[in-house]
Design a protein around this ligand. Structure first.
Ligand code: C2E
Ligand code: CA
Ligand code: CA
Length: 701
């Protein structure tokens, strides 16, 4: 990694990685006008404020000076013409024209230069001093040539005007006016006293007038600047508060309040030029997505305030791990998407620029992991958090920020799934699979409407005599190109994408339709088990909807056995029990599926209004061979019996398994030994027969 100047990445508007301080304008704090004179003096040392002040008024004086310079040119030209007409041929007249005119024109020319404003004050000061010296020269020569220059009141008046002029033209900053005014006064006094043609008395008289004029003009100049500044202070205060408000708005829009880090939007703005630079230079960048685990737990237990403090602390650590040129932003999902907030996890994104080697990204990731893993104090308790980091490389994995972020997030998910506290690089193959899923999801959406789904039925039998006691409806997807897709490939996808709701609707309708058909055909009506997804229990309308459905097909509620897995029931026992009680009261059968794989507590099990317990296939597979699984299966059977539940063993594949289960008191079985799930027509044949003959009778009783 080579260093990158932060300024190259961050535009001026956004200070890098940290929200701009609230009081950026603090240097020019504004106060009451009553304290102004003292503050005026202090302000001279505040260069930035002075520049603002001058900049604000120079534009005005610029135009003002131009007008007065043009006026000066016109006056001198007019004066010359009048003189020429009145007293033809006076050489002094021509002198004024040839000496003062060029000075005025040069001043005018200078004022027309675009960059002139930058040095307006000092240039004007020296300009006026030059004018004054020219004037002295002119007046002395007029006197020498027999006219009345310095000797006349007109000549003195010229200087007095110049003094005033100086304080008016240079009135933005009194200092310059004062300096040039002093030069003029000194030159004038020198001319008065050094000029032999003037009697001492007269020189003293004129000097007195000139000094008085100077003091008067200086007073006016100072007073004017005082007023200008007073107005400016008020105006600047207003501007500052407006700028502060804008900055605050900018901060809120671009920075995270909790951590002070840029948000996603700003990251995109900041990263674009960095990526562009990398593209040109051929260097690489890495996008790190840092997921902090267990943060939501802290929010839940200690409250949002503590959670925020922890987040800010983590942000600080992450920031200390990366160089100035790299970018760190916070992207608290919880704030952006209320729906995801229950996952509560907060994540950070970090862009590392100018990487020469992919392995370097690993090193940084490792450093970040270690930083996060340092104990952090929450309340009075020390806690250890962990992070999972996903890394996406630019330009290898994606070409833009959106793509990079997605890839890094995906890689982070892999790191989380692998147990967390580690980093993982984005993997193209993984991406291909993810894309595959997207395609599948689109197709599934279509499949539900296009009638590509069908139900297969697996009989549930009394293993002692092969009699059919029920069946489980299992959904299949008849894909036009991929063939028959088992539910394991699309049910999880449907659950993630929300398609599970229409899919379940379809399954329930199809199951009821079959039940109706079998009843109409005079086939025995056995309870049909249907698998419900986890999300269905969250729907308070479920009991009413199911009842309406059953009524629609003129069926009895006892025809349907609803299979719920242990895990989904245990997720929120309190509310689930309510829904289940209602379902049970309506007459639906309830079956606890995959029993033994979840973590249900036995005390909860007692509260659940179940009819049936299905022992998971995992316990059955090994059961016949004895050992732990056998003991567990036996225990579950006993437990179920004691709770008054009908116990069903699923996944029975061999006669030994079946016999073992019967021996333990579990006669109701389901599995390949009896039949695989079969299409409707085949199942109707079984229904007609009423029993299943396995190759070799397993019945022992
Ligand atoms: P499940 O509810 O545990 O269903 C039993 C699964 O075990 C079925 O797989 C069935 O074919 C299989 N099975 C039955 N007997 C044996 C056996 O002797 N040996 C072996 N190895 N397997 C056996 P299937 O049909 O692939 O379904 C898999 C899972 O998909 C189901 O597990 C269920 O969780 C889910 N599923 C199936 N249909 C639906 C549905 O309509 N809605 C919902 N939400 N989930 C469904
Ligand atoms: Ca099932
Ligand atoms: Ca099962």
């Amino acid at each position: 990694m080579t260093g990158v100047a932060p300024a190259a990445v961050a535009s001026d508007a956004y200070p890098l990685m940290r929200a701009p301080e609230a009081k950026t304008l603090g240097a020019h704090d504004t106060g009451a006008a009553a304290t102004l004179p003292l503050r005026l003096r202090l302000r001279f040392s505040d260069v930035a404020y002075e520049l603002r002040f001058v900049k604000h008024y120079v534009d005005f004086y610029f135009r003002y000076a131009q007008v007065s310079l043009i006026l000066g040119v016109l006056l001198i030209a007019g004066d010359y013409l009048v003189d020429r007409i009145a007293h033809t041929g006076v050489p002094a007249n021509l002198l004024r024209l040839t000496m003062a005119m060029p000075v005025l024109l040069v001043g005018l020319g200078y004022s027309l230069l675009p960059k002139a404003r930058g040095h307006w004050q000092p240039v004007m000061a020296s300009f006026i001093a030059t004018v004054a010296l020219c004037l002295i020269g002119i007046l002395v020569r007029i006197d020498n040539e027999g006219g009345t220059g310095l000797k006349s009141w007109v000549g003195i008046l010229n200087f007095t005007f110049l003094e005033f002029y100086c304080f008016v033209i240079l009135g933005v900053q009194f200092r310059y006016a004062l300096a040039s005014g002093l030069v003029i006064m000194a030159a004038f006094l020198y001319a008065l006293w050094g000029y032999a043609g003037l009697p001492t008395q007269q020189a003293g008289y004129w000097s007195y007038h000139v000094v008085t004029a100077f003091i008067l003009a200086a007073g006016i100049g100072w007073w004017r600047e005082f007023l200008l500044r007073k107005e400016f202070v008020a105006r600047a205060a207003l501007d500052d508060s407006r700028v502060a408000a804008e900055q605050r708005a900018l901060r809120l829009a671009h920075y995270d309040e909790v951590t002070g880090l840029p948000n996603r939007r700003l990251l995109a703005d900041l990263a674009a030029p960095a990526l562009e630079r990398s593209r040109r230079s051929g260097a690489r960048c890495a996008m790190l997505h840092v997921e902090i685990g267990r943060l939501s737990g802290i929010n839940d237990v200690y409250g949002r305030g503590q959670g925020d403090m922890v987040l800010a602390g983590i942000a600080q650590r992450l920031r200390s791990c990366i160089r100035g040129g790299d970018l760190a932003v916070v992207n608290p999902l919880a704030q952006e998407l209320g729906v995801v907030a229950r996952f509560g996890d907060s994540a950070f994104s970090i862009l590392i620029t100018d990487l020469d080697d992919q392995a370097r990204a690993s090193v940084v990731a490792q450093r970040l992991l270690e930083a996060v893993a340092q104990p952090i104090t929450v309340g009075s308790q020390a806690m250890v958090l962990s992070a999972s980091i996903g890394i996406a490389m630019f330009p290898g994995d994606a070409q833009d920020m959106v793509g990079l972020t997605r890839c890094a997030e995906q890689a982070a998910r892999v790191a989380v799934d692998a147990g967390g506290a580690q980093h993982s690089f984005f993997d193209m193959a993984l991406n291909a699979r993810a894309k595959d899923r997207v395609v599948l999801e689109t197709e599934l959406r279509h499949a539900i409407q296009a009638g590509q789904l069908c139900l297969h039925y697996q009989p549930k039998v009394d293993a002692r005599n092969g009699r059919l006691v029920g069946a489980e409806a299992l959904v299949r997807w008849q894909h036009p190109e991929r063939g028959l897709i088992p539910p394991g490939h699309f049910i999880p996808l449907a659950e993630e994408s929300g398609l599970i709701t229409p899919l379940t609707d379809w399954v329930l309708h199809a199951a009821c339709k079959s039940l109706r058909r079998w009843s109409d055909l005079g086939l025995p009506t056995l309870p049909l088990s249907v698998n419900l997804p986890a999300s269905s229990l969250a729907d308070a309308q479920l009991p009413q909807q199911l009842e309406g459905l059953v009524r629609h097909y003129h069926l009895h509620t006892s025809c349907l056995m609803l299979e719920l897995t242990e895990t989904m029931v245990m997720r929120d026992v309190a509310t689930t029990v309510g829904v289940l009680d209602t379902l049970r009261a309506l007459g639906f059968g309830l079956s606890l599926d995959d029993f033994g794989t979840g973590y249900s507590s036995l005390s909860h099990l007692k509260r659940l209004p179940m009819n049936e317990l299905k022992i998971d296939r995992a316990f059955i597979t090994d059961a016949a061979r004895g050992g732990r699984d056998a003991a567990l299966a036996a225990a579950i059977i006993t437990l179920g019996g004691e709770l008054g539940l009908q116990v069903v063993a699923e996944g029975v594949e061999t006669k030994e398994q079946s016999a073992f289960l019967i021996g333990r008191g579990c006669a109701l079985q389901q599995g390949y030994l009896f039949s695989k799930p079969v299409p409707q027509a085949a199942f109707e044949q079984m229904l007609k027969a009423g029993a299943i003959r396995t190759a070799d009778a397993v019945a022992t009783a």
